[in-house]
Ligand binder design. Structure first.
Ligand SMILES: [Zn+2]
Length: 341
């Protein structure tokens, strides 16, 4: 072989190694299993292109999709429960934002259902945990019959107690706890399981009998934990905006698009005039506001925001800010909030 040929082989080999390296790296970093999606916290914009889904069959032999790792662990959970005489089956899992939007559009035009019905019973596209692929609704199989009716499942406390006891061992948590509607936005759903890919954290959440929101809220040093940082930024943004707008708005919802790392805070020229304390975090955010009355739309919308009369929300605001830690009061607050740093 001549020198050129050898060089070509080396280049090819190094390229392959590089690609392989990127591949393993991306497998672990593309999405955060601790992502929070609820009625006021949106699915991250880059989630859908990256999520790895597998197709399987539910209890009715219909095709459904579940996030790859969540599905593997679900199968293990199912096996373990079988040994205790409990049979679980899949009902539904992943639903894309587009499917949710189609459902919303279709039903809101339906004369029998209409927009009021949709607003009440259909999750807003982008704000359902089922978009993550990490949420699974299960049903039961008892004496060869499927038990899938919500009331029947809620009534079967004994079986669900056995199921819930095993969840954390496989990285799952129960998402909508009884009597915690105020926090989660949902009534008790013993069948809705959420995969978080971390047995230790799942055990902590299940043992303390707390919601995922309460867990994210309990983390004191949010700087290193993206999902906790996002949760707390949203929480303080919500109170900041609700305070600034007073009773002009009745609701708000958020998508924290970026949480700056310490390195980024140091390097970003737009942040050079801002002093950062150890626990302070710069962020970018998108948000929607719900005006208390339609007459207030122009008053609130000002320069940004687009009013959607179908849903009653003013959408597409965006902003930047700093979540700052007050050492004396020992709490966070929103600072430097605006359209640019
Ligand atoms: Zn569900």
């Amino acid at each position: 072989m001549n020198k050129k040929g050898l060089l070509l082989i080396i280049v090819l080999f190094v390229t392959l190694l590089f690609i392989a390296g990127c591949e393993t790296l991306s497998l672990n970093t593309k999405y955060d299993y601790l992502v929070l999606v609820n009625k006021y916290s949106k699915l991250p914009n880059d989630w859908e292109p990256n999520v790895r889904l597998v197709t399987t069959k539910n209890a009715w032999k219909e095709d459904i999709q579940v996030e790859e790792k969540a599905y593997e662990k679900y199968k293990e959970l199912k096996e373990a429960l079988k040994e205790e005489g409990v049979t679980i089956e899949l009902d539904s899992a992943y639903r894309s934002v587009e499917e949710q939007q189609n459902l919303w559009d279709e039903w809101s035009k339906d004369p029998e259902k209409g927009i009021e019905y949709v607003k009440k019973y259909v999750a807003v596209p982008g704000y359902s945990e089922h978009h993550t692929g990490l949420a699974i609704d299960i049903c039961l199989k008892k004496d060869g019959k499927l038990v899938y009716d919500n009331d029947d499942m809620i009534a079967d406390r004994e079986t669900f107690a056995k199921i819930h006891k095993k969840l954390a061992d496989y990285g799952f948590i129960l998402r909508y706890l009884e009597g915690r509607d105020e926090i989660t936005g949902y009534a008790y759903e013993p069948w809705h399981l959420r995969y978080i890919d971390n047995v230790e954290i799942a055990k902590e959440i299940m043992k303390k009998d707390i919601t995922f929101e309460e867990y994210l809220d309990s983390i004191k040093d949010v700087k290193g934990t993206e999902s906790a940082a996002k949760y707390q930024i949203m929480k303080y943004m919500k109170s900041y905006l609700e305070e600034s707008y007073g009773d002009k708005i009745t609701d708000s919802r958020y998508n924290v698009t970026k949480v700056y790392t310490v390195e980024e805070e140091k390097k970003d020229p737009t942040l050079k005039n801002i002093k950062f304390g150890e626990k302070d975090i710069a962020f970018t955010i998108e948000y929607d506001l719900k005006p208390a009355k339609e007459e207030l739309v122009n008053d609130i919308a000002a320069t940004a925001g687009v009013y959607d009369s179908d849903t009653g929300w003013i959408k597409n605001y965006s902003g930047v800010g700093v979540l700052r830690y007050d050492k004396k009061k020992k709490n966070y607050y929103i600072d430097n909030f605006g359209t640019s740093f």
